[in-house]
Design a protein around this ligand. Structure first.
Ligand code: AGP
Length: 389
């Protein structure tokens, strides 16, 4: 047992804390920070072909699909192509018409997920250009795709995927850059992202140092759930629910956070697009109902603040995740300081990378919730690390 292992209560906790290093490994040898360029050995020979494709599909299951969702916007912007994110099973169920001119990206930590492999077979039969993003060299998805990118996160033991997710996310951003970097019009955008990547490991470390605030948040969530349960006039077990809301880039973070909480803390959590609230989910909301809302400093901030006011006007004050520098703006939303809700402050990154810094505290939150509820974090009930059937 190494010294590092002794510090952590379980593998998942250790893997969450390895993310400074795994973020560095995802970019090492691939990003030239001085010249703002990217070189991905596994796809280099196919770049020309990749650029000539018409549409992009990103396909996976669970957390791997969330990595696709998190990078859909930046890939669309960098490649100027239509980019779809589809769950592998849904992709087959819908009998998606695939052409030789499509690029189909298969994202899988294990490279062995049966549903994702089935979708890959389907695309190979259609003659599409297939690209694998996996964490296991030599896995089935590695072998059966035309080209690929290895995420380099090291072995992931915890059933809940944490470090592999952030590395998949980075690899997808790097893929977008590799496709776009020959176009002059993309230079400024690429420069900004690569500068963001340079600072990302240090900022991830910064986030990992804010454990105490997240432990406080666990207590606050549990207190609220108890109050809601106590005051319930109807019989429902939904009193242990939690909403996590995001928009734009942060929708994926909300979905991923909710999956992590369900998976390891056995608590009902729903990751929603904040704009969906008034189309149904708002009915569940009452005073003290626990909600986490991402209101980060990007083009979606105003929408997020609107969602906050929508909740507050119904007596439900959400827990917020905001970006550094926005503290005053948040305070100004409230008449007196005592009303300002709990807020976790993230270091600022470029918008398309902010989701990496935003997901880390959610991974820690799910870990602390799981520990507070006495769950087996590394081996959640009913689940397997790799779903091969
Ligand atoms: C993530 O925490 C889950 N264990 C699960 O959703 C997982 O991401 C999914 O089963 C896909 O696995 P893969 O990435 O190995 O294909």
């Amino acid at each position: 047992v190494s010294e590092e292992e002794n510090i952590f209560s379980c593998k998942t906790e250790q893997e969450i804390h390895q993310q400074r290093a795994t973020i560095e490994s995802a970019v090492r040898g691939r990003v030239d920070f001085d010249n703002h360029a990217v070189k991905l050995g596994g796809i280099q020979a196919y770049l020309h072909e990749i650029r000539r494709t018409n549409r992009i599909y990103m396909i996976g299951m669970g957390t791997s699909t969330h990595a696709a969702l998190a990078t859909q916007k930046i890939l669309t912007s960098l490649t100027n192509k239509s980019v779809s994110v589809v769950q592998a099973t849904q992709f087959i169920d819908m009998e998606e018409p695939i052409a030789k001119t499509d690029l189909c990206i298969f994202i899988s930590q294990s490279g062995e997920t049966a549903d994702t492999k089935a979708a890959l077979d389907y695309c190979n039969q259609a003659g599409a250009l297939t690209l694998g993003i996996t964490n296991v060299v030599g896995s089935s998805i590695c072998q059966n795709t035309t080209c690929g990118i290895h995420v380099n996160a090291g072995v992931e033991v915890g059933v809940a995927s944490t470090k592999a997710y952030t590395s998949q996310y980075i690899c997808l951003v790097l893929l977008g850059i590799a496709i776009a970097q020959d176009y002059f019009s993309m230079k400024d955008q690429i420069r900004e992202i690569i500068d963001g990547l340079r600072e990302l490991p240090m900022k991830a470390e910064e986030v990992l140092n804010h454990k105490q605030e997240l432990k406080e948040l666990v207590e606050l969530i549990q207190e609220r759930q108890a109050i809601v349960k106590e005051g319930m006039t109807f019989n429902t077990d939904k009193s242990n629910s939690l909403y996590i809301l995001g928009r734009g880039y942060q929708y994926a973070v909300a979905r991923e956070a909710a999956l992590k909480i369900k998976e390891i803390a056995y608590m009902h959590a729903e990751g929603l697009c904040a704009s969906e609230l008034k189309h149904g989910p708002l009915a569940m909301v009452q005073e003290n109902f626990p909600v986490i809302l991402f209101a980060l400093n990007d083009q979606f901030k105003t929408h997020a603040f609107n969602a906050m006011n929508q909740l507050v006007s119904r007596g439900c004050v959400p827990f917020l995740v905001i970006t550094e520098g926005d503290e005053l703006e948040l305070e100004n939303n409230f008449k007196n300081k005592a009303e300002v809700p709990f807020h976790f402050v993230l270091p600022k990154s470029t918008p398309c990378l902010q989701g990496i810094l935003a997901v880390i505290p959610m991974q820690l939150l799910s870990l602390y919730l799981a520990q507070a509820r006495g769950c087996n974090v590394d081996q959640p009930r009913n689940l397997a690390k790799s779903v091969t059937v």
